[in-house]
Design a protein around this ligand. Sequence first.
Ligand SMILES: Nc1nc2c(ncn2[C@@H]2O[C@H](COP(=O)(O)OP(=O)(O)O)[C@@H](O)[C@H]2O)c(=O)[nH]1
Ligand SMILES: [Mg+2]
Length: 282
Amino acid sequence: MATIQWYPGHMAKARRQVTEALTKVDIIYEIVDARVPESSRNPLLDEIGQGKKRLLVLNKADLANPAATQGFIEYYQAQGLPAVAIDAQHTKGIQRIIAETHTVLADYIDRQKTKGVRNVLLRAMCVGVPNVGKSTILNRLAGRNIAQTGNTPGVTRAQQWIKTGEDISLLDTPGILWPKFEDPLVGKKLALTGGIKDTLFHADDVALFALETLVAQVPDEVKHLYRVTDADLQQDLPDLLMTMTARLGFKDDYDRTSWVIINDVRKGKLGRFTWDAVPQHA
Ligand SMILES: Nc1nc2c(ncn2[C@@H]2O[C@H](COP(=O)(O)OP(=O)(O)O)[C@@H](O)[C@H]2O)c(=O)[nH]1
Ligand SMILES: [Mg+2]
């Protein structure tokens, strides 16, 4: 993973770049990670994207809990924010983005047609924090590899419009915003899902956070993967981590066990989890 460390200078620059790019588009695709839809949003977009049409894209839905994903979609739609869930990696749901774009921009399309524009072109760009799948989505929409996956934020070059097979043109460079780091819990969720540079957190903190949910929800998978018993699962989490470490033959290297757990979770080996709770809504 190649996410950068964010300093105030980077943030100011990213803000300028995204704000500038937004003036050129009709719709913003706000990309989030479906496993952490709230934690992977940057509230700045509400400010700099004000007055722009927006489609929230919950990507990596293949790794998230389907019921939670559905709950989030309904929650956002109840707030008047159109939202779709997709799995860009396996090219699932890309058509949903295209269909929603037409729904969201229906008035604009009508106005253009009234003005006599024959082939209305819809301009869009992807915006989001690192690693949510912006480049993958761009590539899928373009139908070819335009953007490098993995990340190099802040690289400035001339932006170009990419024609998709549809009536949508995309900016070839996604807008990159920084993740929220202030709340330690959000930090752990982003770390667990790969949204924060691996050297910026303690693996054991993140693994213990994950274990709490895993032990409660998928005890059998935990027992099987990490060679522990029902009795072991009664231990405090830090003790359980030590027991797992011994059973896996890692002596007292609990950091190594922590990384095994984090990587297993990232790969979806223990199942599909959503780490943000669906907000209560009417
Ligand atoms: N499982 C899964 N992985 C995805 C999905 N979309 C992207 N990825 C992976 O997530 C990582 C980050 O994707 P990338 O497009 O580079 O994210 P960006 O930083 O937002 O541009 C890459 O390893 C992608 O292969 C998805 O829908 N499902
Ligand atoms: Mg990218």
